[in-house]
Ligand binder design. Structure first.
Ligand code: APR
Ligand code: PHB
Length: 391
């Protein structure tokens, strides 16, 4: 099989890239290791920044997002029985949209399949060849048969554990990382969500109340990095959430059937450069953010908006300048987004190695934010739009 761009991975990065390329007449093939059902079953975050929303509309894929997505114009942060309310439109003129990542992925996949464009599921890429030449080859296995995709450019959109970054010769890519000794236990519950996206920093640990609809809550608790989700009964989860949300009388947080559970380890990770020869890395394949800023999906979309523009210029004019600058054009934004996510993580979580002094300083910063519209605007501006790229 032959195409212009071989895309590894049908997550947000790979799917948005394929649609952006097609919009400009560039052909691609997406190779996805997992099945359609598996990919759609992966529950992730669900906060869309303006740039992501605009890209969905620009691709003509915004109809269900507008119909089913929820506008989120408030962001609350709680600590020691105080509540900081950030009025996102009042502070920034913008809001964000809540629309689950798997809904975004479903819209992109279904549109790709409906158009009859190549997206091959259960196709695991096993080797990349000739990345530093003009005719790279992607070796993959599909239905028990070893196959090869010939292409001019390769997009590594295969996530943190993918093969693309791992295929770059040793010493070419440097990585910096920061790990946390806790994780987020996430659930989906058939329970009426509270009014605003609410983060809390409690002496027991962090919690977050988000939502997917007016009937489904998306809830998270900070837990130990190696805890087993099955050790958290529904009753234990709800009791702990009421406690951390300072809802001791259980009048604010509505309980309901928990129908989905997942655990997410927290880490920050950046690989530099985001490219090698004719391989270009995007999304989780090249950076990971702790989820406190809800930036992972938005960063992936921002990366491929830059990459698509460079690839289209290459195929239409032969110019490589955009491709050669791709990493440099993305990295300042990537670092700013990771910094914000690390900052929010540090502000809102309870760290085991914190001294009483550290804890006092954490609460003092929250107290300052509570009393400063300027400090609130700094957080709000980064929350609503750090992944903006000028097209
Ligand atoms: N061959 C083919 N496909 C692969 C391979 C491989 N060798 N390795 C991984 N994949 C696929 C995975 O199955 C997955 O569907 O690549 C896809 C990568 O998708 P994501 O991990 O979602 O990464 P990305 O598209 O960058 O989106 C980042 O997704 O995981 C969330 O929190 C993350 O919000 C962020 C967003
Ligand atoms: C979510 O709705 O899944 C969500 C919201 C905010 C975050 C992370 C996840 O910071």
């Amino acid at each position: 099989m032959k195409t212009q761009v071989g895309i590894i991975g049908a997550g947000p990065a790979g799917l948005f890239l394929a649609h952006l390329l097609k919009q400009q007449g560039v052909d691609s093939v997406i190779l996805e290791a997992r099945s359609y059902d598996y990919v759609l079953g992966r529950v992730r975050a669900g906060v869309l920044e303006a740039g992501t929303i605009d890209t969905m509309h620009n691709l003509g894929l915004g109809e269900r997002m507008e119909r089913e997505g929820l506008v989120d114009d408030g962001l609350d942060m709680r600590f020691r029985h105080r509540n900081i309310h950030l009025d996102l439109p009042g502070l920034t003129g913008r809001a964000v949209k809540i629309y689950g990542q798997q809904e975004v992925v479903k819209d992109l996949i279904d549109a790709r399949l409906e158009a009859g464009d190549p997206l091959i599921f259960d196709a695991e890429v096993v080797r990349l060849e000739g990345l530093d030449g003009d005719t790279p080859k992607i070796h993959y296995r599909h239905e028990g048969v070893d196959k090869v995709l010939d292409c001019a450019l390769v997009a590594g959109c295969d996530g943190f554990h993918g093969i693309a970054r791992a295929s770059v010769p040793a010493g070419v890519i440097e990585t910096i990382t920061k790990s946390y000794d806790f994780a987020w236990l996430g659930v989906l519950a058939k329970a009426r969500p509270i009014a605003d996206m609410t983060y809390t920093n409690h002496d027991n640990g962090f919690a977050l109340c988000s939502r997917r609809s007016l009937e489904v809550s998306r809830l998270y608790l900070q837990v130990g990095a190696n805890e087993n989700p099955e050790d958290w009964s529904d009753a234990r989860f709800w009791d702990e959430l009421h406690t951390r949300m300072f809802d001791a009388d259980k009048t604010e947080i509505a309980e309901g059937e928990i129908f989905q559970r997942d655990m997410a380890r927290l880490r920050s990770y950046i690989a530099h450069p985001m490219q090698y020869g004719n391989l270009f890395l995007a999304g989780d394949a090249v950076h990971i953010v702790p989820p406190a800023g809800a930036k992972g999906l938005n960063m992936a979309v921002a990366d491929v908006r830059v990459l698509a523009r460079a690839m289209v210029a290459f195929f239409s004019t032969g110019a490589r300048s955009g491709l050669d600058r791709y990493s440099d054009d993305c990295e300042a934004r990537v670092y700013k987004t990771i910094r914000f996510s690390v900052y929010l993580t540090g502000l809102l979580h309870k760290f085991d190695d914190m001294s009483p002094f550290d804890r006092a300083m954490q609460f003092s910063e929250l107290d300052f934010i509570a009393g400063s519209e300027t400090a609130q605007r700094v957080i709000a501006e980064q929350y609503v739009a750090l992944s903006d790229v000028s097209d």
